[in-house]
Ligand binder design. Sequence first.
Ligand code: BGC
Ligand code: IFM
Length: 810
Amino acid sequence: MRYGHFDDERREYVIDRPDTPLPWINYLGTEAYFGIVTNTAGGYSFYRDAKLRRLTRYRYNNAPFDVGGRYLYVRDDATGDFWSPSWQPTQSELDDYECRHGLSYTRIAARRGGIRAETLYYVPLGETLEVWRVNVTNERDTAAELSLFSSVEFCLWDAQDDATNFQRNFSTGQVEVDGGTIYHKTEYRERRDHFAYFACSEPLAGFDTQREAFLGPYRGYDQPRVVEQGAATDSIAHGWAPIGSHHVRLALQPGESREVVFVLGYAENPRDDKFDPPGSQTINKRNVRPVIERWLRPETVADGLAALGDYWDRLLGGLHVTTPDPDTDRMVNIWNAYQCMVTFNLSRSASFYESGIGRGMGFRDSNQDLLGFVHMIPERARERILDIAATQMATGGAYHQYQPLTKRGNNDIGEGFNDDPLWLVLGVSAYVKETGDESILDVPVPFDNEPGSEQPLYEHLRRSVRYTQERLGPHGLPLIGRADWNDCLNLNCFSDTPGEPFQTTENVSGGTAESVFIAGQFVLAAKELAAIADLRGLGEEAGEYRAAAEKMTGVIVEHGWDGEWFRRAYDFHGNPIGSGENDEGQIFIEPQGMCVLGGVGLDDGLATRALRSVAERLATPHGIVLQQPAYSSYRIELGEISSYPPGYKENAGIFCHTNPWIMIAEAMVGNGDRAFDYYRRINPSAREELSELHRCEPYVYAQMIAGKDAPTHGEAKNSWLTGTAAWNFVAITQWILGIRPELTGLRIEPVLPADWPGFQATRAFRGATYEITVRRGAEAGLVVDGERLDGTVVPAAEPGTVLRVEVTVG
Ligand code: BGC
Ligand code: IFM
């Protein structure tokens, strides 16, 4: 069953009933000001940092899940009937409802009793504000006297403090209302130099800024007293819960429409120019007033929306494919690319599953997000790489996370996830392959943001690789530390008293447990760095990296091979994990993917055997589970992985991030059928028909789908902010369709399903455009502008050129 459909022409997903199984969300904002918006106008907004600069409030773990947001109320002043044109929060019966989630905008339209209201929400490029454009139409054959009420609930900036520190916060709230604009200025008088504003294009019949006055005692947003009574109270918040609500009266003739614009924004004033007049308690509005006036004008709003469309045309224009599979096309051309951009912007901070008050930007996560994004905005990828690298330590180790606002390593999490540093090599390598910009390698970047410690970025990469080499365990495999990619595989839990294992934060990163996954990742990263070293004329050094990769490959084959698949790890006691010797957790997906990605097992048949084991033991119709058999009970020597019930998350869930590694590995061994089959199993668009089971949005990947051991097998969770987005994009575009940037040019080496006759693609690469046609033929070959080339790499062309590339695959 579906809850909507794709409108590919308009690049929208159209939801046609409001009661989706879970909130189906979208993101507003592309640069600094962001908002989450659900299909019922729920969600919240923030400036740069979802934790520290939260504009609007969200109450966590609420029931229903999706409550609190950018709510409007339409009231028929003749009858007193009022309703929400986004269904929530009044849940009034609607004659019509439609939500269109587009690229960085959402449009929600509804009709009741002959009145239609359509609201467009978006954040204009280059601004720190969001626009709500409401069109109210009287479709009756009689005149209508209506009231329109807006509402937002302000967050007192630090979202964590806002949700907990009531003894203080109930007394700090402050607002100002000036010329119909509501200014939220809590703590502006002392520790803050920023404020929020909420403005309306129409003359007001009234306003409210105190929640209690707007809602009335013991009422929620589903029945605000002010709306019920049809009259605002002009309340001014002193403490308690500042809100913003405008009351506009609309008299509409039959067929008449009225456009009302609301603008919610964020502004900062220089510290020495906060007040007007200086020394008063009144916000200086000189800078912000013209911005507000401009964005309240309908022409500006229309132009801003068009500019946003152009922006997405530009971003998505770099890769366009036409294949025999519409689900592939719409994910590659629109939604997967869009999700990559969103994950790049937000890392893992704010979604309906990430609270925005939890984690910062992940070192590991952001490097992987780059892989799906670098072809769209290379400049921002460059900037991100330099930010991430500056949080690396001189040892080569890395803070696991950093705060986006300060760009500083997050001490709460610290280091010791021993895979972290190697992701930097893979991220930088992807950037250089895409752009050809070697100059980034020479940029001086500090360690731990310490001024004076700057070294060229290339030196950071060296230290990343050395970090692994200096931390090898008893078998010569890399030490795992606190965990590797699998955060929940915590193998350094040991006991001082034999038979009584326990875990402390001191011992988790100090132990001797080893990771076959990191070993595979090391082989991959060392080979990538060797190629970069060659590029820099450091042939000898390149040779050392290749030798190190070869040596580690030998160690993997000797100690990491279990007979039919790659082992996962060795625990603190030296016992293998992910081995036929284990009673549970005999085979894990991660090393089967990552070792093959590193090239391990390609020439001796191990890769093929490992992949056959994946197909036999881990694959399900809903995707490939992380391991089997699931852990049936908690085991302290394995840590958090065994704390999840079987079938969920790292304990044998379908952890979608890992599936593309297997797709890539299958493509590497030439199995296009299996690669594409795995791709389709988790492609959200291909799962649209299963929406009742899948439950998450059909237009973006979720982190996890419940595995076969779970009673809810096939149900997705944690949509949007996941490395799944970038890796699936890489798997389908670079390995199955085979259009792969390399240091020397654009490789085109498709590994297609047998029943595909071919496909077409347009790919921008280093300023040139490649018009690619792939066909089946008896003899494989590559023809560029009529000339046959050896191999499968098209050398980088002059910027501005258009190349016609014809590829024949066997
Ligand atoms: C786990 C969390 C853990 C997080 C850290 C998640 O996959 O479920 O428990 O804290 O990773 O990144
Ligand atoms: O690899 C991690 C990621 O960094 C955060 N989410 C979970 C993944 C697997 O544990």
